[in-house]
Design a protein around this ligand. Structure first.
Ligand SMILES: N[C@@H](CCC[C@H](N)C(=O)O)C(=O)O
Length: 291
């Protein structure tokens, strides 16, 4: 049915998984010697929503929560550009787990020798610090300057007021709901309520929904219903939105471990700039050729 032939790399951040398609120019100025830095993928026009859905299909495709195109930067100061598509083919502006995977990808695949990168996204520019595994030249984790959370009005249906919803933009939209116990978080009907909230009039472009239990000032537990994917194992922008919302309600401090189904992310708040910093792993699973 599909006549495409594309090389891909599959990666994940805490089980939030992505198909990486490399659309960078092989003449990338900072590319390292000894690596095959050949361009091996699609132009934007070739990546239709149908094709993204097909790639992400866990039964008939490769299977993933989204597709990331790694492109040459258009901004003069940026090193690379990230283009992200959710599993349903819809575009998204920012992805905290995905941008860490991109950082590891460009370094480990010889596209750059820099460990401090500036990445262009549809939500703006993001600074990444790549952290190497001890005694190796491989990247094991990435720290991202996620910028300033923006709070947006929370006029969602009265049935959700009990959960003290906080609506936050981290470059993409989030609606954070608080519950009183870990059990309540685990039993929360996330699919049902996430779908209802995602269809609220105040979110014409949909929303990512987080259900959060504050264990203490340094630990949050969270499940996430992602726009365009459904429930995922982890969400980087969602973890930052949860911490921003908890800080606003004076429930947590400036350094918080956010525990999700797939593992933990560290979110730190820098009072001087009002920025949130996200630190967590990124891993390559496999590579292959589609078609
Ligand atoms: N999982 C991501 C966010 C991906 C985009 C999101 N589904 C949206 O549509 O905004 C993350 O780690 O931030």
């Amino acid at each position: 049915m599909w006549s495409v032939h594309m090389k891909f790399v599959k990666m994940h951040g805490l089980g939030n998984d992505f198909i990486i398609l490399d659309d960078t120019d092989h003449r990338q100025k900072n590319g390292r010697e000894g690596f095959e830095t050949e361009k091996h993928c699609c132009e934007e026009s070739e990546l239709s929503p149908e094709l993204v859905r097909h790639f992400c299909d866990r039964h008939r495709g490769i299977g993933a929560d989204g597709v990331i195109r790694v492109c040459n930067a258009e901004h003069p100061q940026a090193d690379f550009r990230m283009k992200l598509y959710n599993a349903d083919g819809s575009p998204a502006k920012m992805c905290g787990n995905g941008i860490r995977c991109l950082g590891k990808y460009v370094y480990d695949h010889g596209k750059t020798e820099k460990v401090n990168l500036l990445i262009e996204t549809d939500a703006g520019l993001y600074r990444l610090q790549l952290i190497k595994k001890e005694d190796t030249d491989r990247i094991c984790s990435v720290r991202v300057d996620m910028g300033t959370p923006e709070f947006v009005p929370e006029h969602i249906s009265a049935r959700f007021l009990l959960f003290r919803p906080v609506c936050v933009s981290m470059g993409n939209p989030h609606c954070v709901l608080f519950v009183e116990s870990r059990e309540a978080m685990l039993q929360f009907p996330l699919k049902q309520e996430g779908t209802v909230i995602g269809n609220e009039e105040i979110f014409p472009e949909g929303v990512n929904v987080e259900v959060v239990w504050v264990q203490d000032a340094g630990h949050l537990w969270m499940r996430v219903w992602e726009r365009g994917c459904g429930e995922t194992f982890a969400c980087g922008t969602g973890a930052c939105a949860a911490v921003a919302a908890a800080m606003r309600q004076k429930k947590c401090g400036a350094s918080v471990l956010v525990r999700m189904t797939g593992g933990e992310l560290l979110v730190q708040y820098d009072r001087r700039h009002g920025h949130l910093y996200l630190t967590g792993p990124a891993e390559e699973i496999c590579h292959g050729k589609f078609g």
